[in-house]
Design a protein around this ligand. Structure first.
Ligand code: ADP
Ligand code: MG
Length: 584
């Protein structure tokens, strides 16, 4: 029961998207009423045709009626064409709006949303689910109106011709309605299953395609194909079920109808034979009744399609109703570049139940370099992710010059933070646009200057199309070091007050690493820098080193202080850095 109520509220919400197009919608509806009345008209005209032309042999009427029929169908065709066109266009416009809303909303959701859902699931929302909704809005609304009006017009003829018989004939309808409703509920459940299966299939594919290198290296092509085959089979099974249900509804309805028709012919035949009604009157009734079948069974299918679409709409609205976990406060203020310090005050955080940060406190003076070291999984990345508010702390606060970053607008906060991480993300666009990402209209000289400071200018120039070279998906056509230098140029162009380097060189080979490291030293100058490093050279440069262990800062100080303290740092140092210290 609750589900049904939800479905209708989803439907109302969907119809809300039609509101801006109400004017056109009304015009189209009026055209449809005209189309539908012609159906009633055709059934109605059977009576004069049979009784007056064929039985009474009225040649005057014979001169008029055929022309009238042609005229009626001409009008009908024209109105039908225009009303369909208009309705479907309005439906498509509404769907376009839903799609834009959904995408915009997703863009503003927090990072955690994108980590909880696979790309395949998210893409499926915007493609498959929206397609189902499109069906509901454009075709269904159109069918409901046209067929609905037609049913009304034909019912009018029925009742006019024979009220008693109409009552009998219509006894069949409630039974069909009950049957259709039952079918609809089954349909909705199965469609939901089918949509989930296709989402699974999509994420499986996108994973295997983007991981093609790993798949090949481990000789897992056959395994991946089998995995796909199994998932594909599951989808096929659900789909077959959907088809079966979809296709059984019309034949069943027609069969039920046949009983009614048999009974009616028996009843009508007796009445005509006994002279209680005319042949024309009865056949006009019968024509209207036959003409009712198509729209009624179409309406039955419409119901099923509404059910399918509602399952999709439910998933769309579920996303649309998600509130970003990291949201801007009402009345958030613009925050200027850091002038005194960035501070963590007793910060705690967890992704789930396990605490990841436990009471982290420190202060980093403006313009200084803070290095963060610790074992993998200690919580270093999580710590720096709280600075641009990719996540918010569960307890405590991150402060810029004493101001809680949660009271600042996201735009002003993130505008002053530059981030360079281990896995570089480049868009499948030109190098120029990748460097100037988020800074449209940057003059070419500035882009080149940034590339020069990032030691990227030389290699970019040597590419066939230079700065206009398209880098491929995620930068596939460039080497790791080249990608990293482009991402550094991107950060340089932003000229951020706060710089976060999260193992920026760890994905690189020694040669590019030395090169990139040199660039990073340029980049760090005059900025408040947080650097998660595995290179000794970076750490030696740092004004302060924070040693993180299982979500806590266990030691802090300069390299010398910490070595002298002979604690955790010394151990980590000997494990991680001593081996390659001569290269750093
Ligand atoms: N998005 C996430 N969802 C759930 N747990 C996470 C997520 N990111 C990191 N973790 C967990 O949080 C802990 C700290 O991770 P992280 O900050 O990435 O460590 P580090 O950067 O020091 O290697 C680890 O136990 C890791 O498994
Ligand atoms: Mg990390």
């Amino acid at each position: 029961m609750k589900q049904v109520k939800n479905a209708s509220s989803h439907y109302r919400r969907l119809l809300g998207y039609l509101r801006p197009y109400m004017g056109g919608f009304l015009v189209a509806s009026v055209c449809m009423v005209i189309v539908s009345s012609t159906s009633g008209g055709a059934a109605f005209l059977i009576q004069p045709m049979l009784d007056d032309i064929f039985i009474k042999k009225d040649s005057g009427l014979l001169a008029i009626l055929p022309g009238a029929i042609v005229l009626v169908y001409l009008v009908r065709g024209l109105f039908r064409y225009f009303s369909s066109l208009m309705m479907q266009r309005i439906g498509a416009m509404a769907v376009r709006d839903v799609r834009n809303d959904l995408y915009r909303h997703m863009q503003h959701l927090s990072l955690s949303f994108f980590q909880r859902n696979t790309t395949g699931e998210l893409v499926s929302r915007i493609t498959n689910d929206i397609t189902l909704v499109q069906d509901a809005i454009s075709i269904v609304v159109y069918d409901v109106f046209r067929e609905g009006f037609t049913v009304v017009a034909l019912l009018g003829v029925l009742v006019y011709r024979d009220p008693t018989l109409s009552v009998f004939a219509l006894l069949v309808l409630p039974f069909s309605a009950w049957f259709i409703a039952r079918l609809g509920r089954r349909m909705r459940d199965i469609t939901r299953g089918a949509q989930e299966r296709i989402a699974d299939l999509t994420s499986l594919m996108s994973e295997a395609f983007s991981g093609a290198r790993v798949v090949k290296a481990f000789g897992m092509e056959r395994y991946e194909s089998e995995r796909f085959k199994a998932e594909n089979e599951r989808y096929f099974n659900v789909w077959t079920k959907t088809i079966r249900l979809n296709e059984i509804s019309s034949p069943l309805l027609e069969f039920i109808g046949a009983f009614g028709v048999g009974a009616i012919i028996y009843y009508g035949g007796r009445h005509v034979i006994s002279g209680e009604t005319t042949v024309g009157n009865f056949f006009s009734f019968l024509t209207a009744l036959f003409m009712l079948f198509a729209p009624v069974s179409k309406l039955g299918r419409v119901y099923n399609r509404i059910q399918q679409a509602m399952a999709a709409a439910a998933r769309i609205f579920e996303v649309l109703d998600l509130k970003p976990e990291v949201a801007e406060q009402k009345g958030a203020g613009v925050i200027g570049p850091v002038r005194r310090e960035v501070a963590f005050k007793d910060v705690t955080f967890s992704y789930g139940n396990e605490p990841v940060l436990r009471g982290v406190s420190f202060t980093a003076g403006a313009g200084t370099i803070t290095a963060i070291v610790g074992m993998s999984g200690a919580g270093k990345t999580t710590m720096v992710d709280l600075i641009p508010r990719f996540y918010d702390p569960a307890g405590g606060a991150v402060l810029f010059d004493g101001v809680d970053v949660r009271t600042a607008t996201l735009e002003s906060l993130r505008a002053q933070i530059g981030i360079v991480t281990q896995d570089v993300f480049l868009f499948n666009d030109t190098i120029k646009n990748n460097i100037a990402y988020g800074r449209e209209g940057t003059p070419m000289e500035l882009i080149e200057a940034a590339a020069k400071s990032a030691y990227a200018h030389e290699f970019i120039r040597s590419l066939p199309s230079g700065y206009d070279t398209v880098v491929g998906e995620r930068g596939a056509r460039l080497s790791g070091g080249q990608k990293q230098r482009i991402s550094i140029a991107r950060a340089l162009l932003k000229n951020p007050a706060v710089l976060i380097l999260d193992e920026a060189t760890s994905a690189l080979d020694t040669e590019s690493e030395i090169e990139v490291q040199r660039v990073l030293n340029n980049l760090m100058e005059n900025r408040t820098t947080f650097v998660i490093a595995h290179r000794l050279s970076t750490i030696l440069h740092a004004d302060r080193i924070l040693v993180v262990e299982r979500g806590r800062i266990v030691e802090s100080g300069t390299h010398k202080d910490l070595l002298a303290a002979n604690g955790v740092y010394r151990k980590v140092f000997e494990l991680q850095f001593a081996a390659n210290s001569n290269q750093g």
